[in-house]
Design a protein around this ligand. Structure first.
Ligand SMILES: Cc1ncc(COP(=O)(O)O)c(C=O)c1O
Length: 457
């Protein structure tokens, strides 16, 4: 398990500073942002719910850590699920520095060895081959391309997805998404023909959720929808919902069989969860099923460059008469070099096995912490993605408590994912080690205690 500790270990300096900061400045307020980056950001960057105004400004990233413009070190358990190999991994920065000088771009219709190598590596790792790959500049673009591919290949236009799902921000991806706040009437009509069914995971508003009964109902809804509609091109779904929410083991084999019976393609969206985060390189490997299309993104660019990929079974390679991608950066040597290097790092450092092993240890520790703290419940884990629910016994509101925990984490140098209602997600990069995980969970426990004390005070 020590394969990765080559010198200099990126993030080692930040790690020392972070531990020192925790020891001596627990609970310290964030320092004022003298560069006023936050303020200036708000006046020039498009206002958007959820991301603007931002809550922090960073100036450096190394390993598992970020440094704020005010000099605080934060352990990043958010990373938008892009930071599997941490920030500034030396192999990745070296590969892209070289690539940038050698050949950074090719115009449309021209290829290069990097893109071929990256596709070959992806297909060699994808257990469902033979297949083909399309590289695209981001997750939403991957979803969009997959929608077109499935429609064109089947000659059907209807698509199915889950209520409560998220698949990105472009028009097709938003249509597949099933979160009410993403479907604001002001955005106008989205894609026709998208059918939503009950998910196997809880909606943010559902506090009590029985995974077994929920999955059973979801399967019944899907079966009913498929029977009534008949001609659905594809089901788009995250096999483990970011959060993480994992259905019972029987669920996906049943859904796969249902799709096959109805000639509906199964698209596995693994954009946040793929590439080892959950303890398997591809999430569908947990369930022994074979999707028709897999989507990966985020960590494929190593938190360095945006790149995503659509991997499809070879029989779907049937659209030679159409332009589905045609992206300006579709064969970018930089994107391809990043993807190939990430796959090499993940394989060479055995990060998938590491995520499975350390994830199990992290889950155990978080459960032990939660056993003493009724304020955190429903502890979930899939590899190095952990999730939980805040529970406010003082009556001030579960969502408000989750928000206070988030704030108290920030004050202690822990950046966790922004709460979704009362639910919080901790997404560890895959190069962390056991002592760092333990320290992080202890800091998290202290943040929970402080958040509860504020609520009672
Ligand atoms: C499941 C899922 N699909 C698609 C996307 C869209 O990816 P991107 O933000 O790179 O467009 C996301 C992003 O969070 C996602 O979580």
């Amino acid at each position: 398990m020590n394969k990765i500790l080559k010198e200099p270990d990126p993030g080692a300096d930040f790690r020392r500073q972070w531990s020192r900061q925790n020891r001596y400045a627990l609970g310290g307020d964030l320092l004022p942002d003298e560069s006023s980056t936050l303020e200036r950001d708000t006046s020039v960057i498009l206002r958007q719910a959820g991301t603007n105004p931002p809550w922090l400004a960073m100036r450096a990233g190394s390993g598992a850590f970020l440094e704020s413009v005010t000099g605080q070190i934060l352990l990043d358990l958010h990373g938008n699920n892009c930071h599997h190999v941490g920030y500034a991994h030396p192999d990745l920065t070296a590969a892209l520095s070289w690539q940038m000088r050698e050949i950074s771009f090719v115009p449309r219709g021209v290829t290069n060895p990097e893109v071929v190598v990256a596709a070959e590596k992806l297909l060699a790792a994808w257990p469902y081959g033979p297949g083909v790959v399309a590289f695209v500049p981001g997750g939403s673009a991957a979803v969009e391309l997959a929608i077109m591919l499935c429609r064109a290949h089947t000659g059907r236009y209807k698509l199915a997805s889950f209520y409560g799902a998220y698949h990105g921000r472009s028009a097709g991806a938003l249509s597949l998404g099933g979160r009410p706040r993403d479907r604001a009437p002001r955005l106008g009509p989205l894609l026709p023909g998208v059918l939503h069914v009950r998910p196997f995971f809880p909606l943010p508003s559902e506090r009590e959720f029985d995974a077994e009964a929920g999955a059973r109902r979801s399967l019944q809804d899907l079966a009913y929808c498929f029977e009534q509609e008949g001609d659905i091109a594809a089901l788009f779904a995250e096999p483990i919902r970011n959060g993480p929410f994992r259905p019972p083991d029987w669920y996906w084999p049943e859904v796969r069989a249902l799709c096959s019976r109805h000639g509906t393609l199964l698209v596995s969206d693994e954009i946040p969860t793929g590439l080892g985060k959950t303890g398997k390189l591809f999430v569908t490997e947990h369930f022994g099923i074979s999707p028709d299309v897999t989507l990966i993104g985020k960590a494929l660019g190593g938190a360095l460059i945006p790149v995503a990929a659509v991997i499809a079974k070879a029989e779907l390679n049937s659209t030679a008469d159409l332009n589905l991608g045609y992206f300006t950066y579709e064969r970018s040597p930089m994107m391809a070099r990043a993807a190939a290097t990430i796959l090499d790092i993940i394989a060479g450092e055995e990060l998938v096995a590491r995520a499975a092993e350390l994830g199990a240890a992290a889950l155990k520790r978080l459960r032990a912490v939660a056993a003493l703290r009724p304020a955190i419940q429903e502890i979930r884990g899939a590899g190095l993605m952990l999730g939980l629910q805040a529970y406010d016994l003082a009556g001030g509101g579960h969502d408000a408590l989750a928000h206070r925990i988030f704030q108290e984490c920030l004050r202690r140098g822990l950046l966790v994912q922004y709460p979704m209602g009362a639910r919080l997600t901790l997404s560890f990069p895959l190069r962390v080690d056991r002592p760092l995980i333990e320290e992080a969970i202890d800091v998290f426990a202290a943040a929970v205690d402080a958040a509860v004390a504020v609520g009672e005070g």
